[in-house]
Design a protein around this ligand. Structure first.
Ligand code: ATP
Length: 221
């Protein structure tokens, strides 16, 4: 059965770091699709700055017409915190025999033991980790043990079983982050070439990040 990558994030806003990683993994790991899944209320961090509707619109615009990219807004429809384990349980119920792969950056992977019912995640899906600049794979602690037990370098393993393996994938290192983009915009500078023009247009038209960053209070209207 064809494998599905699941790419969750705040996407506040979505940028080329997300899009390029997703695209490279879609191709290299032979996923049939990558599902972008904007989260509602992230349990581990500050609430998003842009509204759920705007974040969804930016993800839809950024991925429109791209074969293999799908947007799934189920986490935005739920109330309460967006736990990956709940989303994966839902997807597992829908796609009983299909390999699922949760795609996360190395920074997110290092925080995995703090996630709600984190050990259950690997019973529902594989975990595919994208290398991110400045972050190293753990060799100690619970994640080091998990990697020793579940880690694989074989792409075929992600297709042979439905869940349970961890694969670390080298993606082109693009040192772009949503928080830096928000600060840039808040400081009155342009985020062009860090994200698609369609996303830039939404940011300009909505003014959603105008108050972000150090200068936000001094430019008040
Ligand atoms: P923020 O700067 O607000 O923390 P972010 O840029 O990390 O945001 P998120 O929406 O939180 O964006 O990230 C969603 C997922 O994408 C996470 O798993 C994260 O590790 C990954 N990711 C984010 N930026 C990159 C990047 N430049 N390269 C590879 N993966 C990334």
């Amino acid at each position: 059965m064809s494998s599905m990558g699941i790419f969750g994030g705040t996407f506040d806003p979505v940028h080329y770091g997300h899009l390029r990683s997703a695209f490279e993994m879609l191709q290299a790991l032979r996923f049939a699709e990558v599902r972008f899944m904007p989260c509602g209320t992230p349990p581990h961090r500050d609430p998003p700055v842009a509204s759920a509707a705007l974040r969804l619109q930016m993800v839809c615009d950024a991925t429109a017409g791209e074969e293999g990219f799908v947007v799934d807004d189920r986490e935005l429809q739920r109330t309460g915190p967006s736990y990956s384990v709940d989303t994966l349980s839902e997807l597992r119920a829908e796609f009983a025999d299909r390999p699922l792969a949760l795609m996360i950056g190395m920074d997110a992977f290092l925080g995995l033991p703090k996630w709600h019912h984190w050990r259950e995640i690997l019973t529902l899906a594989h975990v595919v980790v994208a290398h991110r600049p400045g972050w190293r794979a753990p060799d100690l602690g619970p994640l080091g043990e998990l990697l020793a037990e579940r880690g694989t370098h074989r792409i075929d393993d992600l297709h042979a079983t439905d869940a349970g393996r961890i694969f670390i994938h080298d993606v082109t290192q693009l040192e772009i982050s949503s928080s830096e983009i928000r600060e840039l915009v808040g400081a009155g500078r342009s985020p062009r070439f860090l994200l698609p023009d369609s996303v830039h247009n939404v940011i300009q038209q909505s003014g959603c990040y105008a108050r972000c960053g150090e200068h936000s209070t001094s430019t008040g209207d």
